[in-house]
Ligand binder design. Sequence first.
Ligand SMILES: [Mn+2]
Length: 480
Amino acid sequence: MKCLVLSDQRLFYGLVCRSVGAWVTPYYHLDKGERTPYPDLGEVFRGDPADPETYRMFDPADQYVAVLAYAQRSEAERVARALTRALPQTYLLFLSLDEHLPESAKFERMRARTWDEAFGRSLLHEIRTLVTAWDVERLRAVLAEAKKIGILLQNDPDPDAIASGLALRSLVNRNRVSAPLLSFGAVTRPENLAMLRILDLQVQTIAGPKDLEEFSHLACVDIQPPVFGDRLGGRQIDVVIDHHPEAGGYNARFQDVRPGYGATATIMTEYFRAAGIPMNQRHATALLYGLKTDTLLLGRETSHEDIEAFYFLYRHANLNWLRRMGNPEIPRDALASFGRALARLELDDGLAFAWIGQVREDVIAQVADLLLQVEGAEWAVCAGIAGDNVVASVRNAGYVRAAGDVVKRVFGEIGSAGGHRTMAKVVVPKEAFKNRWQGLNEKAARRAFYGAFLEELRRLREADRREQPAASGAATGAQS
Ligand SMILES: [Mn+2]
């Protein structure tokens, strides 16, 4: 389609001459005898734009689109009137400042946009990219002299933290030896373990300030130093990059905290793009997975920047890896014990239980998730042996008492137990388990979970019932 471009600001011709060509053929209006402002502008037409005669070279039977960018509304309207009289089948796009745009129904087939609506975002983007590129330079300068960098992630780091840590390491040209990812708690969620496995990533577990001594520099990613309390032993943190609310009370040499962002992965993606660093498949997949999980697939606390980053990462990521991370694979040799366990699955008083024997630790959590889908299950427990421990994953449907509290009360004394409201984990050393429940097998595990554990659930349920006001006695599904 032919596109007539008319403006009293010649700069505008430069703005459009390279950007609309793919879809329309532009014809620029110039005054009689006026020199072409850009040498390779393309087709031009000349004359008084407010005179219908000026458009004689165009066939009035054809369809056109015209872009009119005039500083004054009166001028824009005068030109539009002449133009539509000569070429009645013309779509009109007006661009100007808000107060100089024609009212929306002034002409047929028209659209009026302000300059900032049409170009503002991309101009702002350019300014921000410029600043971000220098942020990356500053970041690199802060870590340039580092002998060894510790990249600190939250406890039980999530994909956003892991991906952002990986991205930071690459931005400053380090590797897993000179800049390891550190956490005060191991990665436990099966999806996150799958991410580490598929992308060949390691997170090193550390215990306290002593473990930080070997690092000349420390960076906090997807978290801010105050969250660690005194576990940092008062160490100076050099770099903080995060999207959680500003914590305050600390001073880092490089600090970039953007609470409006849905993920730290978005900040890291902007660093890569602004600094012109190629995004490889591994980085893109990690960052996309981090962004996806932190924003619940862009459903929660998502900014325009997150969507921009998502769009960019999506084109560079390996979607097959991504799919495998979202649905962690079950090892083949675990399937047999799965089958046996599920066949003997017990469901008593709302508690679904399965013992799956010796197995990779994350499989236990996967089976627990599955058990919670069993009809009639309010609680699900899957237990097995992983390494030197008996490990159990506990799930509840979310409307009964907190899973973490229950496991702590029952298992807190002989092992480590804890978790959130709807999921919890129990780790008991094999020996301690054997002594307490007279064995290290399915029978003993059943004793453990159908003994004290079920007892505790019954007690809680009874307590809930007593707390319920008589009128709503039937509603046992109250949120706790
Ligand atoms: Mn995050």
